[in-house]
Design a protein around this ligand. Structure first.
Ligand code: ADP
Length: 191
């Protein structure tokens, strides 16, 4: 296993030319090419990280989301779309809809993995090289963070190992407890 570098902000791991970083903080302040929003299917904002992103990003993001839903209908779980970053330091926002936890036997892990994969694929298509993710589905949607962290890191590592042009994926965790859980999952990541 590659050595894990510890920094004040968190920890990280290199995967070929790309890097996964973990940090604690507010994702709305991340100066990356794109931050990912844990949205709901309506794309009309909500609580948690979704509310924070729309509050900080301003009206333009919501207007773009409305146009997307008008054109293609509500966004299904596991899918991703992209808007501008409005007033955020990030240039773009990728909106993805995580699965609601229903006990684990309803494909929740596969849907969650799809959120990460499709968000990174969209970033790649748009020529973006740094992406920050929150811990999708582990707030209001109730996905246990232990299991979600493994799904998230395996999905991202899989995409990077498969040659994604994205060079930095930063997980921005909202609590020290979540950061610890993701750290353990990153330490345990195979290869
Ligand atoms: P979901 O509905 O997908 O569960 P939530 O927004 O309820 O989404 O929660 C997802 C995670 O995002 C939770 O761990 C929550 O604490 C965290 N979160 C909330 N606000 C922020 C923020 N500003 N930056 C980063 N993470 C946040």
């Amino acid at each position: 296993m590659a050595p894990i570098e510890r920094t004040e902000r968190g920890s990280g791991r290199d995967l070929g030319p790309s890097r996964i970083e973990l940090t604690r903080g507010d994702i709305t302040r991340e100066p990356v090419d794109a931050i990912v929003n844990a949205a709901n299917s309506s794309l009309m904002g909500g609580g948690g990280v979704d509310g924070a992103i729309h509050r900080a990003g301003g009206r333009a993001i919501l207007d773009e989301c409305r146009r997307i839903v008008d054109a293609q209908g509500p966004l299904p779980a596991g899918e991703a779309v992209i808007t501008s970053g409005g007033l955020l330091p990030a240039r773009r926002v990728i909106h993805t809809v995580g699965p609601r936890w229903r006990g684990g036997g309803h494909g929740e892990a596969a849907t969650l993995a799809s959120c990460y994969r499709k968000s990174l694929a969209l970033a790649a298509r748009e020529g973006l090289s740094s992406v920050a993710f929150p811990s999708i589905s582990t707030g209001a949607y109730g996905f246990p963070v232990d299991e979600a962290s493994v799904v998230a890191l395996e999905a991202v590592a899989g995409a990077l190992r498969a040659g994604s042009p994205v060079r930095l994926v930063r997980f921005v965790l909202f609590s020290d407890a979540d950061l610890d859980v993701y750290r353990r999952a990153l330490d345990a990541l195979a290869g």
